[in-house]
Design a protein around this ligand. Structure first.
Ligand code: PEP
Ligand code: MN
Length: 263
C-alpha cells in the first residue's frame, strides 16, 4: 500500500488548510517540548511570523535519561492546542504508548511517532485506527525498507494519511548527534507515494548546521521541514543546542521557497 505504484500521482495529506505533499514546501516549527503557556504562545507567534504553517511541541517526551524532564503530559497538549488555535496553526505532538493515542488525538491534529517507536507495532496498529494523520519518523537505526513496512502497518490498519520524516541515522562520528540521511529523500520519492519531510534539528543536533541541512533537504525533494525553533533557544529545557531562532527560521523559509521553485 505504501508503494509508489499504489498511487503514482503521490499522496497529499491535508491538515486544516495545510497540504503536505502538494506543490508548496511546508514548514512545521516550534519548541522541542512544551514548557509553559507563555513559552508556547510566544514560540507559536514567532514561528508563525517566520513562515511556519504548523506548530510542533512535545508533551510526552522520549528522553534518553529517566532523570531528564519528561514533558508536561496532558497539560502540555492543552497548551499546545491553545497556542495553535491562537495562531491559526494545526499542531503535531508525539504519542509514545498505545493507550495514549486517544488522549493525544483529542488535542493534536497530527500524531507523531518518534524515532524510538518506529517499530512499536502495537502503537502503529493503534494510530491506524484513529482519525488523525500520522507523522512517522524514521528509526535512527532503521533501513528504508523497515521504515516503509512501519508505514505499511498504519496504511493496512485503515489510516492512509501518513507523512514520512527523515530525522537522521546513527553513524560512527560524534561530531554531530545523528547523520541526516538525505539519500532517503529521493529514494522514498521513488519507492513510495507518501509525502516525505526532513528534520534537520535532530538530524544534526547542532544549531549551526540546521539551515544548510534544511535547504539541502528541500533541494533533495522533501515536501517540507520540521524544525525546532524558539525565541530563546539557550533557555530550552530540551534540545536547546539544536534549536534555532525565529530569524534563522525566516531565512530558511525564504531560501527554501526559492530553492523549491528552481527544482
Ligand atoms: C522530537 O521530535 O522532539 C523527537 C524526540 O524526535 P525523534 O523521535 O526524531 O528523536
Ligand atoms: Mn527534540
Amino acid at each position: 500500500l505504501a508503494a509508489r505504484e499504489a498511487r503514482p500521482s503521490g499522496t497529499v495529506v491535508q491538515v486544516g488548510n495545510v497540504r503536505i505533499g502538494g506543490p508548496e514546501p511546508v514548514i512545521i516549527a516550534g519548541p522541542c517540548t512544551v514548557e509553559s503557556r507563555e513559552q508556547m504562545l510566544r514560540a507559536a507567534e514567532a514561528v508563525r511570523a517566520a513562515g511556519a504553517v504548523m506548530l510542533r511541541g512535545g508533551a510526552f517526551k522520549p528522553r534518553t535519561s529517566p532523570y531528564s524532564f519528561q514533558g508536561l503530559g496532558e497539560e502540555g497538549l492543552r497548551l499546545l492546542a491553545e497556542a495553535g488555535a491562537a495562531t491559526g496553526m494545526p499542531v503535531v505532538s508525539e504519542v509514545m504508548e498505545p493507550d495514549q493515542v486517544e488522549l493525544v488525538a483529542e488535542y493534536a491534529d497530527v500524531l507523531q511517532i518518534g524515532s524510538r517507536n518506529m517499530a512499536n507495532f502495537p502503537l502503529l496498529k493503534r494510530v491506524a485506527r484513529v482519525n488523525r494523520p500520522v507523522l512517522l519518523k524514521r528509526g535512527f537505526a532503521a533501513t528504508i525498507e523497515e521504515w516503509l513496512l512501519s508505514a505499511e502497518y498504519i496504511l493496512a490498519g485503515g489510516n492512509d494519511r501518513v507523512i514520512l520524516c527523515e530525522r537522521g541515522i546513527r553513524s560512527f562520528d560524534p561530531s554531530t548527534r545523528f547523520t541526516l540521511d538525505l539519500n532517503a529523500v529521493p529514494l522514498i520519492r521513488q519507492l513510495s507515494h507518501l509525502p516525505i519531510i526532513v528534520d534537520p534539528s535532530h538530524g544534526t543536533g547542532r544549531r549551526d548546521l540546521v539551515a544548510s541541512m534544511a535547504l539541502a533537504g528541500i533541494a533533495a525533494g522533501a515536501h517540507g521541514l520540521i524544525i525546532e525553533a524558539v525565541p530563546d533557544p539557550d533557555d530550552a529545557l530540551c534540545d536547546g543546542p539544536q534549536s534555532i531562532t525565529p530569524d534563522t527560521l525566516a531565512s530558511i523559509a525564504a531560501r527554501a521557497r526559492a530553492i523549491h521553485s528552481a527544482l
